[in-house]
Design a protein around this ligand. Sequence first.
Ligand code: FES
Length: 325
Amino acid sequence: MTTSTAPARPGTAVDELTVVVRQLRWEAEGVVSVELGDPDGRELPPWRPGAHVELALPTGISRQYSLCGTPGDRSRYRVAVRRERAGRGGSEYVHMFLRPGQRLRLRGPRDNFGFGQAPSYLFLAGGVGITPILPMVHQAAAWGVPWQLAYGGRTAASMAFVDELRPYGDRVRLYPEDTDGRIPLARWLDSLDASTDVYACGPEPLLAGVTDAGSGLRPGALHMERFKPRPKPAREERPVKVECARSGRTVEVPAGRSILSALQEADVPVAASCREGVCGTCETRVLDGEPDHRDDILSEEDRAAGDRMFVCVSRALSSHLVLDV
Ligand code: FES
Protein backbone atom coordinates (compact mmCIF):
# COMPACT_ATOMS: atom_id res chain seq x y z
CA MET A 1 0.00 0.00 0.00
CA THR A 2 1.46 3.34 -0.96
CA THR A 3 0.20 6.83 -1.40
CA SER A 4 1.02 8.44 -4.70
CA THR A 5 1.57 11.85 -3.17
CA ALA A 6 3.99 13.37 -0.72
CA PRO A 7 2.59 14.68 2.54
CA ALA A 8 3.03 18.32 3.41
CA ARG A 9 3.73 18.36 7.11
CA PRO A 10 2.33 21.16 9.22
CA GLY A 11 4.74 23.99 9.75
CA THR A 12 6.92 23.15 6.81
CA ALA A 13 7.15 25.61 3.93
CA VAL A 14 4.18 25.27 1.63
CA ASP A 15 3.67 26.38 -1.93
CA GLU A 16 2.08 29.70 -2.74
CA LEU A 17 0.57 29.82 -6.17
CA THR A 18 -2.13 31.24 -8.38
CA VAL A 19 -4.99 28.95 -9.32
CA VAL A 20 -7.95 29.44 -11.60
CA VAL A 21 -11.53 28.50 -10.78
CA ARG A 22 -12.55 25.86 -13.31
CA GLN A 23 -16.07 25.11 -12.17
CA LEU A 24 -18.51 25.39 -9.32
CA ARG A 25 -21.05 22.69 -8.59
CA TRP A 26 -24.04 22.55 -6.28
CA GLU A 27 -23.38 19.53 -4.04
CA ALA A 28 -26.15 19.82 -1.45
CA GLU A 29 -28.39 22.41 0.15
CA GLY A 30 -26.03 25.28 0.93
CA VAL A 31 -22.87 23.50 -0.23
CA VAL A 32 -20.94 24.21 -3.45
CA SER A 33 -17.77 22.52 -4.59
CA VAL A 34 -15.10 24.54 -6.34
CA GLU A 35 -12.67 22.98 -8.78
CA LEU A 36 -9.32 24.75 -9.07
CA GLY A 37 -6.49 24.24 -11.54
CA ASP A 38 -3.19 25.73 -12.60
CA PRO A 39 -3.84 28.57 -15.08
CA ASP A 40 -1.29 27.06 -17.50
CA GLY A 41 -2.38 23.46 -17.03
CA ARG A 42 0.67 22.46 -14.99
CA GLU A 43 0.49 19.92 -12.18
CA LEU A 44 -0.51 21.26 -8.79
CA PRO A 45 1.59 20.52 -5.68
CA PRO A 46 1.10 17.01 -4.26
CA TRP A 47 -1.35 16.38 -1.47
CA ARG A 48 -2.72 13.52 0.49
CA PRO A 49 -6.12 12.80 2.03
CA GLY A 50 -6.85 15.12 4.94
CA ALA A 51 -4.80 18.03 3.58
CA HIS A 52 -6.20 21.54 3.32
CA VAL A 53 -5.37 24.66 1.35
CA GLU A 54 -5.76 28.32 2.18
CA LEU A 55 -7.52 30.47 -0.38
CA ALA A 56 -7.02 34.22 -0.39
CA LEU A 57 -10.35 35.69 -1.46
CA PRO A 58 -10.52 39.04 -3.26
CA THR A 59 -12.30 40.54 -0.25
CA GLY A 60 -8.99 40.36 1.61
CA ILE A 61 -9.88 37.40 3.80
CA SER A 62 -8.25 33.99 3.65
CA ARG A 63 -9.98 30.73 4.44
CA GLN A 64 -8.84 27.13 4.81
CA TYR A 65 -10.65 24.39 2.94
CA SER A 66 -10.01 20.65 2.95
CA LEU A 67 -9.16 19.07 -0.37
CA CYS A 68 -11.93 16.65 -1.27
CA GLY A 69 -10.99 15.49 -4.76
CA THR A 70 -9.50 12.24 -5.96
CA PRO A 71 -6.36 11.25 -4.01
CA GLY A 72 -3.29 11.65 -6.17
CA ASP A 73 -5.00 13.84 -8.79
CA ARG A 74 -2.66 16.78 -9.34
CA SER A 75 -4.51 18.15 -12.35
CA ARG A 76 -7.14 19.79 -10.13
CA TYR A 77 -8.04 20.52 -6.54
CA ARG A 78 -11.59 20.33 -5.28
CA VAL A 79 -12.86 22.05 -2.16
CA ALA A 80 -16.40 22.33 -0.84
CA VAL A 81 -17.83 25.33 0.96
CA ARG A 82 -20.94 25.45 3.13
CA ARG A 83 -22.67 28.80 3.11
CA GLU A 84 -22.65 30.28 6.59
CA ARG A 85 -24.72 33.40 6.66
CA ALA A 86 -23.54 34.21 10.17
CA GLY A 87 -19.92 33.51 9.25
CA ARG A 88 -17.12 35.96 8.57
CA GLY A 89 -17.93 36.42 4.88
CA GLY A 90 -15.69 33.84 3.19
CA SER A 91 -18.43 31.36 2.37
CA GLU A 92 -20.80 34.15 1.34
CA TYR A 93 -18.23 35.38 -1.17
CA VAL A 94 -17.68 31.89 -2.60
CA HIS A 95 -21.41 31.27 -2.99
CA MET A 96 -22.38 34.70 -4.28
CA PHE A 97 -19.46 35.94 -6.33
CA LEU A 98 -16.85 33.28 -7.15
CA ARG A 99 -17.11 32.28 -10.78
CA PRO A 100 -15.21 30.10 -13.31
CA GLY A 101 -12.19 31.84 -14.79
CA GLN A 102 -11.47 33.84 -11.65
CA ARG A 103 -7.91 33.61 -10.31
CA LEU A 104 -7.09 33.21 -6.64
CA ARG A 105 -3.94 32.97 -4.58
CA LEU A 106 -3.61 29.64 -2.80
CA ARG A 107 -1.22 28.49 -0.06
CA GLY A 108 -0.69 24.84 0.68
CA PRO A 109 -1.52 22.04 0.72
CA ARG A 110 -0.88 21.57 4.41
CA ASP A 111 -1.60 18.36 6.29
CA ASN A 112 -2.56 18.43 9.95
CA PHE A 113 -4.65 15.27 9.91
CA GLY A 114 -1.78 12.84 9.32
CA PHE A 115 -3.79 10.17 7.51
CA GLY A 116 -1.68 7.03 7.65
CA GLN A 117 -1.95 3.40 6.76
CA ALA A 118 -3.83 1.18 9.19
CA PRO A 119 -5.29 -2.33 9.09
CA SER A 120 -8.81 -0.86 9.14
CA TYR A 121 -10.60 2.44 9.54
CA LEU A 122 -13.68 3.99 11.03
CA PHE A 123 -14.49 7.38 9.53
CA LEU A 124 -16.88 9.74 11.33
CA ALA A 125 -18.07 12.87 9.56
CA GLY A 126 -20.56 15.57 10.45
CA GLY A 127 -21.85 18.10 7.89
CA VAL A 128 -19.14 19.69 5.79
CA GLY A 129 -16.67 17.65 7.87
CA ILE A 130 -17.12 15.06 5.14
CA THR A 131 -14.65 17.03 2.99
CA PRO A 132 -11.32 15.80 4.46
CA ILE A 133 -12.86 12.38 5.11
CA LEU A 134 -14.01 11.78 1.53
CA PRO A 135 -10.53 11.32 -0.03
CA MET A 136 -9.57 9.10 2.94
CA VAL A 137 -12.58 6.91 2.14
CA HIS A 138 -11.54 6.71 -1.52
CA GLN A 139 -7.96 5.93 -0.51
CA ALA A 140 -8.95 3.21 1.95
CA ALA A 141 -11.21 1.69 -0.71
CA ALA A 142 -8.35 1.78 -3.24
CA TRP A 143 -6.07 0.07 -0.74
CA GLY A 144 -8.66 -2.65 -0.23
CA VAL A 145 -8.60 -2.48 3.56
CA PRO A 146 -11.76 -2.74 5.69
CA TRP A 147 -13.40 0.57 6.49
CA GLN A 148 -16.74 2.06 7.46
CA LEU A 149 -18.11 5.58 7.38
CA ALA A 150 -20.80 7.03 9.63
CA TYR A 151 -21.85 10.38 8.16
CA GLY A 152 -24.34 12.71 9.84
CA GLY A 153 -26.02 15.93 8.72
CA ARG A 154 -28.97 18.11 9.65
CA THR A 155 -31.12 16.73 6.81
CA ALA A 156 -30.50 14.39 3.87
CA ALA A 157 -30.71 17.35 1.47
CA SER A 158 -27.90 19.16 3.30
CA MET A 159 -25.42 16.26 3.08
CA ALA A 160 -22.86 16.70 0.29
CA PHE A 161 -21.27 13.93 -1.81
CA VAL A 162 -23.86 11.29 -0.93
CA ASP A 163 -24.05 10.23 -4.60
CA GLU A 164 -20.28 9.82 -4.70
CA LEU A 165 -20.49 7.54 -1.65
CA ARG A 166 -23.39 5.45 -2.92
CA PRO A 167 -21.22 2.87 -4.78
CA TYR A 168 -19.70 1.87 -1.43
CA GLY A 169 -23.05 0.42 -0.36
CA ASP A 170 -23.43 -0.54 3.27
CA ARG A 171 -19.91 0.51 4.22
CA VAL A 172 -21.48 3.97 4.42
CA ARG A 173 -24.20 4.67 6.99
CA LEU A 174 -25.97 8.01 6.69
CA TYR A 175 -27.58 9.77 9.64
CA PRO A 176 -29.77 12.69 8.57
CA GLU A 177 -30.57 14.04 12.01
CA ASP A 178 -34.20 14.93 11.28
CA THR A 179 -35.09 11.33 10.36
CA ASP A 180 -32.39 9.08 11.87
CA GLY A 181 -31.07 11.09 14.79
CA ARG A 182 -27.41 11.70 15.55
CA ILE A 183 -24.63 9.20 14.89
CA PRO A 184 -24.74 6.75 17.83
CA LEU A 185 -21.06 7.26 18.60
CA ALA A 186 -20.85 4.89 21.53
CA ARG A 187 -22.28 2.08 19.41
CA TRP A 188 -19.74 2.68 16.65
CA LEU A 189 -16.75 3.15 18.90
CA ASP A 190 -17.50 0.45 21.49
CA SER A 191 -17.51 -2.33 18.92
CA LEU A 192 -14.20 -1.39 17.30
CA ASP A 193 -11.37 -3.77 16.61
CA ALA A 194 -8.29 -2.63 18.59
CA SER A 195 -6.25 -2.14 15.40
CA THR A 196 -8.77 0.22 13.78
CA ASP A 197 -7.82 3.87 13.31
CA VAL A 198 -10.57 6.45 13.69
CA TYR A 199 -10.65 9.69 11.70
CA ALA A 200 -13.31 12.26 12.60
CA CYS A 201 -14.20 15.72 11.37
CA GLY A 202 -17.26 17.86 11.96
CA PRO A 203 -18.79 20.38 14.31
CA GLU A 204 -17.69 20.64 17.93
CA PRO A 205 -20.58 18.61 19.45
CA LEU A 206 -19.68 15.66 17.21
CA LEU A 207 -15.97 15.87 18.06
CA ALA A 208 -16.69 16.28 21.78
CA GLY A 209 -18.88 13.18 21.55
CA VAL A 210 -16.14 11.28 19.72
CA THR A 211 -13.62 12.29 22.38
CA ASP A 212 -15.91 11.01 25.14
CA ALA A 213 -17.02 7.83 23.43
CA GLY A 214 -13.51 7.11 22.16
CA SER A 215 -11.75 7.51 25.51
CA GLY A 216 -11.10 3.76 25.62
CA LEU A 217 -9.41 3.60 22.22
CA ARG A 218 -5.76 2.66 22.09
CA PRO A 219 -3.41 5.68 22.29
CA GLY A 220 -2.89 7.21 18.85
CA ALA A 221 -5.96 5.56 17.30
CA LEU A 222 -8.12 8.68 17.22
CA HIS A 223 -7.45 11.48 14.73
CA MET A 224 -9.61 14.59 14.55
CA GLU A 225 -9.56 17.87 12.71
CA ARG A 226 -11.35 20.98 13.85
CA PHE A 227 -12.51 23.91 11.74
CA LYS A 228 -12.87 26.05 14.84
CA PRO A 229 -11.04 26.02 18.17
CA ARG A 230 -12.52 24.05 21.06
CA PRO A 231 -14.05 26.21 23.76
CA LYS A 232 -11.46 26.36 26.55
CA PRO A 233 -11.50 27.80 30.04
CA ALA A 234 -9.44 30.97 30.49
CA ARG A 235 -5.90 30.13 31.60
CA GLU A 236 -3.21 32.12 33.28
CA GLU A 237 -0.78 33.83 30.94
CA ARG A 238 2.75 34.49 32.05
CA PRO A 239 5.28 36.71 30.29
CA VAL A 240 7.92 34.84 28.33
CA LYS A 241 11.25 35.83 26.81
CA VAL A 242 11.57 34.40 23.30
CA GLU A 243 14.99 33.99 21.77
CA CYS A 244 14.79 33.77 18.00
CA ALA A 245 17.69 31.55 17.00
CA ARG A 246 17.70 32.30 13.29
CA SER A 247 17.13 36.03 13.34
CA GLY A 248 19.25 36.60 16.46
CA ARG A 249 16.50 38.67 18.13
CA THR A 250 15.14 38.40 21.65
CA VAL A 251 11.49 39.37 22.11
CA GLU A 252 9.74 39.95 25.43
CA VAL A 253 6.15 38.71 25.22
CA PRO A 254 3.92 40.11 27.98
CA ALA A 255 0.85 38.35 29.36
CA GLY A 256 -2.18 39.08 27.20
CA ARG A 257 -0.15 39.20 23.99
CA SER A 258 0.38 36.26 21.65
CA ILE A 259 3.90 35.15 20.86
CA LEU A 260 2.97 35.42 17.18
CA SER A 261 1.96 39.07 17.34
CA ALA A 262 5.03 39.99 19.43
CA LEU A 263 7.32 38.26 16.92
CA GLN A 264 5.63 39.89 13.96
CA GLU A 265 5.82 43.31 15.57
CA ALA A 266 9.54 42.73 16.07
CA ASP A 267 9.82 41.92 12.33
CA VAL A 268 10.63 38.27 12.97
CA PRO A 269 9.04 36.49 10.00
CA VAL A 270 6.41 33.93 11.04
CA ALA A 271 3.58 32.96 8.68
CA ALA A 272 0.06 32.89 10.09
CA SER A 273 -3.47 32.41 8.94
CA CYS A 274 -6.23 31.35 11.35
CA ARG A 275 -4.57 32.79 14.51
CA GLU A 276 -6.76 30.35 16.45
CA GLY A 277 -4.56 27.26 16.65
CA VAL A 278 -6.41 25.17 14.09
CA CYS A 279 -4.73 25.63 10.69
CA GLY A 280 -1.08 24.80 11.37
CA THR A 281 0.41 27.74 9.44
CA CYS A 282 2.37 29.24 12.34
CA GLU A 283 4.02 26.03 13.48
CA THR A 284 7.47 26.75 14.87
CA ARG A 285 10.26 24.45 16.01
CA VAL A 286 11.14 24.72 19.70
CA LEU A 287 14.87 24.49 20.35
CA ASP A 288 14.75 25.07 24.11
CA GLY A 289 12.20 25.78 26.84
CA GLU A 290 8.85 24.21 27.62
CA PRO A 291 5.85 25.13 25.48
CA ASP A 292 2.37 25.44 26.96
CA HIS A 293 0.31 24.00 24.10
CA ARG A 294 -3.08 25.63 23.55
CA ASP A 295 -3.74 24.60 19.95
CA ASP A 296 -6.27 22.12 18.58
CA ILE A 297 -3.87 20.29 16.29
CA LEU A 298 -1.19 18.39 18.18
CA SER A 299 -1.81 14.93 19.61
CA GLU A 300 -0.88 14.10 23.20
CA GLU A 301 2.28 12.39 21.89
CA ASP A 302 3.24 15.47 19.87
CA ARG A 303 2.68 17.68 22.90
CA ALA A 304 4.82 15.48 25.09
CA ALA A 305 7.66 15.71 22.54
CA GLY A 306 7.64 19.51 23.04
CA ASP A 307 9.68 20.16 19.90
CA ARG A 308 7.15 22.28 18.01
CA MET A 309 4.38 24.70 18.86
CA PHE A 310 1.78 26.98 17.33
CA VAL A 311 2.78 30.45 18.34
CA CYS A 312 -0.57 32.09 17.56
CA VAL A 313 -2.14 30.58 20.69
CA SER A 314 0.43 28.55 22.62
CA ARG A 315 2.58 30.04 25.33
CA ALA A 316 5.33 28.77 27.64
CA LEU A 317 5.53 26.98 30.94
CA SER A 318 9.18 28.06 31.19
CA SER A 319 10.22 31.71 31.51
CA HIS A 320 12.03 31.56 28.18
CA LEU A 321 11.78 29.78 24.86
CA VAL A 322 14.28 29.40 22.06
CA LEU A 323 12.48 29.17 18.73
CA ASP A 324 13.81 28.32 15.29
CA VAL A 325 12.75 31.61 13.71
S1 FES B 1 -2.03 30.66 12.51
FE1 FES B 1 -3.29 28.87 12.35
S2 FES B 1 -2.45 27.55 13.87
FE2 FES B 1 -1.43 29.42 14.19
